[in-house]
Design a protein around this ligand. Sequence first.
Ligand code: PMP
Length: 398
Amino acid sequence: MRLVEFADRRFRLAGREVLGRVRHFMGSFDALSDGADGRLVSFGAYDYLGLSADERVRQASADAALHVGVGVSASRMIGGERNFHADLEANLAAFVGTEASLCLVSGYLTNLSLVQHLLGSRDLLVIDELSHNSIVSGASASRARTITFRHNDLDHLEEILATQRSAHARCLIVVEGLYSMDGDIPDLPRLIAMKHAHDCWLMVDEAHSIGVLGETGRGISEHWGTDPREIDLIVGTLSKAFVSCGGFVAGEARVLEWLHFTLPGFVFSVGMAPPIAAAADTALRILREEPWRIARLRSLSAHFVAEAERLGLDCGPSRGHGVVPLFFRDNEETVICAEALLSQGFYCPPIVQVGVPRDQPRLRFFLSASHTEANVSAALEVVAAACNSERNLDRLAS
Ligand code: PMP
């Protein structure tokens, strides 16, 4: 069979028709925001703190490109190391409350490489079933035995540890600080107690929780009031609250020193580019100096959930932490609501079967300190109206 026939067949099975509509939708953001009024309100960006268009961030990035260069043209192990790398890493570590950190060129690579690197064939890796694909890919590449626990179900995790832990040398538990598809968070104090009770290491991917959770945006430890050093490895990305690109891992200095010389995704990949690092470092400084952004995101999130509930929309398990999904009956209804939003100037791409289970299509709203309460209320009214007319049509047809 020719590859193109194979691809055709697979794409048909994956739901070519609805995916085609989704793809068309994805391409519409640029076209519309460059349009006549240019006032499309996006709920599709991870710009939690409203910094993506910030002049200070853009200027820092432009200055770095002009004065330091666009790229460093080598791995940091062999000529690509620059002073700004160490500065950014020290600032990140101080912010999350660990001794040290290390930056890689993407968040995806950071997870993939770390999860693969840490364990061997006598070890156990236990991950949440809704783990990001970068963690799942790291697990597939690892030689450790991998077991998945039901999403955010720590009783299930406890059961797995009680029955499987003792048969393995080391054990790593991986969770996320804020699950971006469902918008919920794990019970960190309980995870810490379990890690001690079963002699495991704990890794938390804070891609969506840094800058979002906690009074000053320091993430899930601040949210729960626990010591960040209780988490063995804190992973984050610079592509979300920090509106740049890249990933980091933070923890004890001696662990990070070892990773510096051995982590394949760090050793065998180019050092982070100056404009990217400068943008992230500047966003981090603004985050520290302007905590009102985090408070604003929090109140906007609470408003979203209250409004959605008032309109009878389904937010699933989310209690409103920066990202809130709305669940629909099927793909068709989800796409109809996304199209209705777009027609009213709101961009919120539908998430269907490839990104989430087939029976749980949704619109995922990334909230931002740059949104207003009026934006949120208006968008939810559009969704409620589109849903109601779709359901009324269905009723008439049956
Ligand atoms: N972890 C999580 C939980 C994510 O959601 C993402 C990307 N959305 C990543 C890691 C990868 O980060 P990046 O896009 O910065 O490579």
